[in-house]
Design a protein around this ligand. Structure first.
Ligand code: GLA
Length: 776
């Protein structure tokens, strides 16, 4: 609900209020963002300067004089006394940089306001309300609309800006943030999600102090360096306690989040398109629209903040066709074969996978042109007939006749210099005339500012999609952008943003034409995990790293901002290809199940015992899929550095993952605690039964056997391929209150004595427990 009580505006969601007012001088003073207030006397929230402060400068207006530098503002300008970081920088018609935007009028609109070029959060009319505040610059004929939209049920406020030049002369926009907010208090930590290839979204926390901290990307995409999502948290905030504010951006290009503490005790936060190499010229009557910024708040710690984000994404970002639609269990060919496959290898993998319960077969890289390695053929989407003699149509038919869906990998934005496309159209690739462009993974980026390139990609994609009758697309993007230049834009400062507009144009086209194809986006893993890409593809390949212990960090980092339904997670072989770490199959599954499950391995190398385990895993996942993909995800604060606990809850069901990163000698007795249960209801709690491979016990197995066999001898190896040892299971019926206070679980193996009731986890061991309400 939007309360228009001019000069006050109150944006009210289910639990939150966002309040600001128009000052007599026309600027907007930010008053409050937090839990719903009962108060109506908002004037008590005004800052109360009683005299000038030292070296501040007065803003002089016919309606009064103020010190802008002291005011918590909703948006600011340059050169009128606010010396903090400005959200906007424009070279004005008079060639100055001074901007002075003040309130002109406002309008309340039911529903969202769609953008012409950029993805925005979608909603049915009754699910959202918008407020448009029109600001005008006092000296140049510029109009700036601040657009606020509230998604009441999800406790989210979004903001963006639409700037229009009404002047006869051009203006150059050098920076234009989607959102700015000034908070009264400064005792916040900043939490960011940073990394690189195979180490995406690691959480980092730092205390804020005077000055500016910038979280951004300059790679051309939102990047694995720094995710656009950030959190500001009061120092004492934990997973379930304390105040925090979450900020994200519906954008896939270079982003910028600045957090600044001023010497007058204000915390300024802003986000938007990165001003790095950015310049946009607006002629008379032209407009520039920023991406939409997303804001939410929690006074009950990070878990609640994440729930707001998750519900918002599941309801208002994900394409409507996939909202609350369970995602299929995938087998992906990449780690099974890399480039080395043919039709019979693929069919054999598909048959084996189908028997285990897999639903979607994805043929990854290597199916077109001469693509036998990553040096060639990107851009040429004609099937490689040597590998696939019956073509992509033939393969697709064979896969589908097995009862599987069929999906294909593309890297539509790229070209290899060694390709037919590059030979015919070198001008399609990004490069600066007269200079040699840099290569990344032996490839160049296509110039998405060029309309011919957009047409080429659309044609190629539709041609192959129609030939193959695809159910799924993996949309990859494997290098960063350098040598930024396009002859198709009037100003090179437009390059990065125009590239993203081109990308969205293609994605829009494909989505509209094939609304029921599931798109999974990818960029060498999670190099473009953002709300922009999620507006087209309902899930993201979150990392090329499938080592479950590494995934605990990656998936947990992502979980602060994105729901499990968007996080694609695969089980692969052990030892892991990137870390060489050996981990149990059970843990690889247990971690991957807290997201969208898939398998990415050659089933030829999987023993009959492991196949049985995989079959059980997939069945267990399917039985609980709604829960794992769409449940409320909780992280646990734990004092044990070698333990991580996750929970996911939906309706009457809850799953808890108890992960041990390293075993310790004579471990403490453990209990498990669930969150969010009804105190007096009775729950059935049961651990998921998992078998342990005999080889895990090495020579120790000799002590347990009645006859003496060599632990690594032929007989033991054959037995090991077919049989496992059951781990201890737990099965209780207890009240919610008891489970929330901590339920002791069976003792872990502690170095001596063992019986069938001993839980054996060892290094990297884990277990999943399901709690289901059976009586209210
Ligand atoms: C990237 C992706 C992988 C795989 C390869 C194929 O690295 O992240 O999952 O698709 O490309 O070349």
């Amino acid at each position: 609900m939007i309360y228009d009580q001019y000069p006050y505006f109150k944006l009210e969601t289910k639990d939150l209020n966002y309040i600001f007012h128009v000052m007599p001088t026309g600027q907007l003073e930010h008053l409050y963002f937090g839990r719903k207030l009962v108060d109506e006397n908002y004037e008590v929230l005004h800052v109360k300067p009683t005299a000038g402060a030292g070296s501040t400068v007065e803003y002089v207006s016919t309606k009064g004089n103020i010190l802008l530098e002291l005011m918590p503002l909703e948006y600011s300008g340059i050169g009128k006394g606010d010396f903090r970081l400005s959200p906007i920088e424009i070279k004005m018609p008079d060639q100055t940089f001074v901007s002075d935007f003040v309130y002109h009028s406002h309008e309340v609109i039911q529903g969202i306001i769609e953008s012409k070029e950029l993805p925005t959060a979608h909603a049915k009319d009754h699910e959202a309300d918008s407020l448009v505040i029109k600001m005008v610059d006092l000296h140049a004929s510029l109009e700036m609309k601040l657009i606020y939209t509230i998604f009441a049920k999800q406790n989210v406020v979004t903001r963006r800006v639409l700037l229009t030049n009404l002047n006869d002369l051009d203006i150059q926009v050098r920076k234009i943030m989607s959102m700015m907010i000034d908070l009264h208090e400064t005792d916040y930590d900043l939490i960011t999600f940073d990394g690189g290839w195979i180490k995406e979204a690691h959480k980092h926390k730092r205390a804020l102090s005077y000055g500016t901290y910038i979280n951004d990307s300059t790679t051309g995409s939102s990047s694995n360096r720094h995710n656009p999502g950030i959190i500001l948290a009061k120092k004492n905030a934990t997973e379930d306690y304390g105040t925090c504010i979450g900020v994200n951006l519906i954008y896939s290009g270079n982003h910028y989040e600045a957090v600044q503490i001023s010497n007058h005790g204000n915390l300024r936060v802003m986000n938007g398109i990165n001003p790095h190499c950015f310049e946009w010229v607006l002629k008379k009557n032209e407009s520039f629209e920023t991406p939409e910024a997303v804001l939410t708040f929690s006074d009950q710690g990070f878990n609640l903040l994440s729930h707001h984000f998750h519900e918002f994404i599941n309801n208002h970002i994900i394409p409507t066709e996939f909202q609350h639609q369970v995602r299929p269990v995938v087998i992906n060919s990449w780690e099974a074969f890399f480039f080395d496959f043919n039709q019979s290898k693929l069919i054999s993998l598909a048959k084996k996978a189908k028997k285990l319960g897999v639903e979607l077969f994805v043929l990854d890289d290597g199916w077109f042109g001469q693509r036998n390695d990553d040096h060639q053929s990107l851009g040429d989407y004609d099937v490689n007939k040597k590998k696939l003699p019956s073509g992509i149509t033939g393969l697709s038919k064979s896969i589908k006749s097995l009862g599987l869906k069929f999906g294909l990998w593309f890297e539509p934005e790229m070209v290899n210099p060694k390709s037919n496309l590059y030979e015919e159209h070198p001008e399609y690739a990004i490069s600066i005339p007269g200079r040699t462009p840099s290569l990344g993974r032996n490839q160049l980026v296509l110039d998405l500012c060029n309309p011919n390139v957009l047409a080429y990609i659309k044609n190629e994609l539709t041609r192959v999609i129609d030939l193959a009758g695809l159910d799924y697309i993996k949309w990859d993007m494997n290098r960063h952008i350098t040598d930024m230049y396009s002859m198709h834009i009037p100003n090179q400062g437009m390059f990065f943003h125009q590239y993203i507009l081109g990308l969205y144009d293609i994605l829009n086209y494909i989505r509209n034409r094939y609304p029921n194809i599931l798109i999974e986006t990818c960029s060498s893993g999670g190099n473009r995990f953002d709300l922009g890409m999620l507006s087209y593809g309902a899930q993201v390949w979150s990392s090329d790293n499938t080592d479950p212990i590494e995934r605990l960090k990656i998936q947990e980092g992502l979980s602060y901002l994105y729901p499990p339904s968007t996080i694609s997670c695969h089980v692969s072989l052990s030892p892991h290809a990137q870390t060489l770490r050996k981990t149990p199959l059970s843990t690889r599954f247990n971690v991957a199940s807290f997201g969208v499950l898939g398998y990415e391995l050659n089933l030829k190398y999987v023993t009959p015992f492991e196949k049985r385990e995989i079959k059980n895993q997939i069945q267990f996942y399917k039985d609980n899929r709604e829960l794992f993909q769409f449940g409320r995800f909780y992280r646990y604060d734990t004092i044990h550095p070698n333990r991580k606990i996750w929970q996911i809850s939906k309706d009457e069901k809850h799953a808890l993952g108890n992960f041990q990163t390293l075993a310790s000698a004579s471990p403490e007795f453990e209990s498990i605690q669930f969150k969010d249960l009804e105190h007096d209801s009775i729950y059935h709690i049961k651990s998921f039964m998992q078998q342990m491979p005999i080889s895990q016990f090495g020579h120790l197995i000799a002590h347990a056997l009645p006859i003496k066999l060599h632990p690594d001898g032929f007989i033991m190896r054959v037995i090991g391929k077919h049989k496992g040892l059951p781990n201890a299971t737990e099965d209780y019926q207890v009240s919610g209150r008891m489970m929330m206070s901590g339920l002791p679980i069976k003792q872990q193996f502690m170095g001596t004595y063992y019986n069938d009731q001993t839980r054996i986890l060892g290094d990297f061991g884990s277990q999943i427990y399901i709690a289901e309400k059976i009586q209210s």
